[in-house]
Design a binder for this molecule. Structure first.
Ligand code: CTP
Length: 400
């Protein structure tokens, strides 16, 4: 089990760090809490000491003989700051060290994860944007804040993600993943699109979004700035990623192309509906009661993956497709997949065999990653997060 430093800075959300601390201690990790002076105005030292079973210090002049300002950072496996205020992000970005937490951040040689929480205006301020960018470019994982209710009556982006989400992101960072996507912007599409026939009925598919969300979490852990374009996914947001919600293939196309404009990598893990009804009826389609059935005529949707490949400049972004295939009389799963890779022109194609009840809605997956350079990587059956890391391993070799 690991040694973890939980830095808590001064914000209303610091009470949520108490639940986060419990998640770590209950799963056997040893946690030293390092609150800032301001954090102690929100939640007092006795709470942290009781929950962690360890003494709590904020100042570099406490217990000087133990040299805590250097030792803490050197001896820990992970530094997690939750909530991280705009002030702490700014100090960390500029290397300021005026209390125990900021000293620890300067001496840490382990993964560092920061979960910001602040008002939307502060998060969007140019100074904070620049600080977050600087931290991310150095391999520090800065989670995207969640959107929702803030302190008081305000709502917007800036909420601390839920403790379970931060916990998952921290464990991911702890798993000693390479920070090979630091400073990169990656876009992941996830879920399945819906094409409405009338206000209540749609054509859809069985994609749950799990693999796309696992890709997003894995990319966050590897230091990327992540945009997820999520089509009808009902899972909790992947911690640390920016989530844009869409419904139809046309929505998905618009948002993916928009996000792709400054992306280094786009992974199309979503299952876009290939067809849509040629008209969407404004009122509910009624039964005729004369035995006749409505005829639905379909038109083909644009192929987003192909468009991404055709519109990119100098092979940027790297484009990754997914293919859910079944073998049939005309060829095996891999035969169909190779033909698809060639047809679509993407750099990598992640192939799932979906014969039987495999893949959809499950937590584990197995895959084969085909490269345009004819490389073939088998990914054994395992959790979708492991498949996700295998995909990023392959992508990392292609990103310049
Ligand atoms: N895809 C896309 N736009 C579409 C359909 C698919 O970008 N309109 C992407 C998917 O996100 C996936 C890849 O293309 O990454 C392959 O999807 P798949 O449904 O297997 O491809 P199709 O071209 O629809 O092939 P098939 O004829 O086998 O259905």
């Amino acid at each position: 089990m690991s040694e973890i430093i939980l830095g808590v800075s001064g914000g209303i959300a610091s009470y949520k760090a108490a639940s986060l601390l419990r998640l770590f201690t209950e799963s056997g990790h040893d946690v030293t809490v390092v609150p800032t002076e301001a954090a102690l105005k929100f939640v007092g030292a006795p709470t942290w000491e009781a929950l962690s079973g360890r003494p709590v210090r904020t100042d570099v002049f406490d217990d000087v003989h133990e040299v805590p300002h250097v030792r803490l950072g050197q001896l820990t496996d992970l530094v997690l700051v939750a909530p991280a205020t705009a002030n702490v992000l700014a100090k960390a970005a500029h290397g300021l060290a005026d209390d125990l937490l900021t000293n620890t951040l300067l001496t840490a040689r382990c993964p560092v994860v920061m979960a910001p929480a602040m008002h939307t205006e502060m998060w969007e301020n140019a100074a904070t944007r620049a600080n977050v960018e600087a931290l991310r470019s150095r391999g520090i994982v800065v989670l995207e804040p969640a959107s929702g209710r803030l302190t008081g009556v305000d709502t917007g982006k800036g909420r601390l993600p839920e403790p379970e989400e931060i916990f998952a992101a921290a464990l991911n960072a702890l798993a000693a993943r390479p920070h090979d996507l630091a400073g990169r912007h990656v876009v992941v599409s996830a879920g399945g699109t819906r094409e409405f026939l009338d206000p209540v009925r749609f054509l859809g598919n069985r994609s749950s979004g799990r693999q796309g969300y696992a890709l997003a979490e894995a990319a966050v852990a590897r230091g990327a700035t992540v945009t997820v374009v999520a089509a009808n996914v009902s899972l909790p947001d992947p911690a640390g990623a920016d989530v844009v919600r869409v419904v139809s293939t046309e929505d998905l196309r618009r948002e993916v192309l928009l996000a792709a404009a400054d992306a280094d990598v786009v992974v199309m893990a979503a299952a876009p509906a290939d067809f849509r009804p040629d008209t969407r009826v404004e009122s509910k389609i009624k039964k005729t009661h004369d035995g006749s059935t409505p005829q639905i005529s379909l038109v083909e949707n644009p192929d987003i993956l192909v468009e991404l490949v055709q519109t990119r400049v100098s092979k940027r972004p790297v484009v990754v497709g997914f293919a859910a295939e079944t073998g049939d009389a005309s060829g095996s799963v891999l035969d169909h997949a190779r033909a698809k890779l060639e047809r679509k022109g993407c750099d990598l194609l992640v192939v799932n065999d979906v014969g039987g009840e495999r893949v959809f809605g499950r937590d584990d997956n197995e895959a084969v990653i085909l490269g345009a350079d004819v490389s073939v990587t088998q990914v054994p059956l395992g959790p979708k997060i492991e498949v996700a890391h295998a995909v990023w391993d392959a992508v990392a070799e292609l990103v310049e």
